[in-house]
Design a protein. Structure first.
Length: 270
DNA sequence: GTGCGACTCGCCACAAGTGG
DNA sequence: CCACTTGTGGCGAGTCGCAC
């Protein structure tokens, strides 16, 4: 038992409010906390906000003064910052107007460049119109594109076809650079490749989120994930992009490369 | 090591050509 | 006429070689 009471900041899992509580033992803080948050003492416990470490009477004396604690009732769990990040991310399942407004407000008041950048990136990510498909639903997305493109899927399908046709055109200019003995074989392979690509509409479905599962490289919502360099199994940086979300992402997507016969996507040029 | 220009690459928009 | 295909020029980013 401590001589001097220890002060801690206490919050309950589902409460946005924090209270200062002082106690000479873990049990005392728990009792006061349960009283404050109107929670049952039986089955409840305390843990560190920081990393979720559960408090015991032995550990209690080494807890820093003014440490932030979380009061958990039976069945509840807390994993530290990770839990807060998880709750934060869950807000992105359905970006709400409130979230965008709150971010804009924070950005207005923010002076630190690093936090400005984080908020601007956040705003960029929540201000997207992924579900919209037609020009009427999302006019900014189509800014700068020819009027004949009326749907996002249609444009991206065209974009993919166009890329693959340009690869083919480039290869078609190579016969003069190979030796005479290999030219006949080169032209035969090229002809076969040309025919095959034409029969599958130059694999335009790769970029079309409306295409059947096996035919596209994205999710039904339009998310593409970098599949890493040719000599690796995956992208270590876990890059992803949704060119359907907004105009900036559509333009940025053009710097992603299409590689390999299987249509592997690589982030960034080169 | 740095700065600079030339070059390459991959994409885009646009215009012209082609076929139904 | 319209949709699709092909060719071209321009742009931005990256790379290379060279001089200092």
């Amino acid at each position: 038992m401590l001589q001097k009471p220890k002060s801690v900041k206490l919050r309950a899992l589902r409460s946005p409010r924090k209270f200062g509580v002082a106690g000479r033992s873990c049990q005392e803080v728990l009792r006061k906390g349960c009283l404050r948050f109107q929670l049952p003492e039986r089955g409840s416990r305390l843990c560190l906000y920081e990393d979720g470490t559960e408090l015991t009477e032995d550990y209690f004396p080494s807890v820093a003064d003014n440490a932030e604690l979380v009061l958990l009732t039976s069945g509840q769990a807390w994993q530290g910052y990770v839990s807060d990040i998880g709750r934060f991310l869950s807000a992105f399942h359905e970006p709400q107007v409130g979230l965008i407004q709150a971010t804009q407000q924070l950005l207005c008041d923010e002076q630190a460049p690093q936090r400005q950048r984080l908020l601007a990136d956040l705003l960029h990510n929540v201000s997207q119109n992924i579900a919209a498909e037609t020009r009427a639903e999302d006019p900014p997305w189509f800014e700068g594109l020819e009027s004949r493109f009326q749907s996002k899927s249609g444009y991206l399908r065209y974009s993919c076809e166009s890329r693959i046709r340009s690869y083919l055109r480039e290869v078609s200019s190579y016969p003069s650079t190979v030796g005479a003995e290999a030219q006949e074989e080169f032209l035969r392979v090229l002809g076969s490749m040309c025919q095959k690509l034409r029969s599958v509409q130059y694999n335009g479905s790769y970029f079309d989120r409306g295409a059947k599962g096996g035919g596209r490289l994205c999710t039904p919502e339009g998310w593409f994930s970098c599949q890493g360099p040719f000599d690796m199994d995956s992208c270590l940086s876990r890059h992803s992009i949704n060119p359907y979300s907004n105009r900036e992402s559509r333009i940025l997507f053009s710097t992603w490369n299409l590689d390999h016969i299987d249509g592997v996507l690589l982030c960034g040029p080169g």
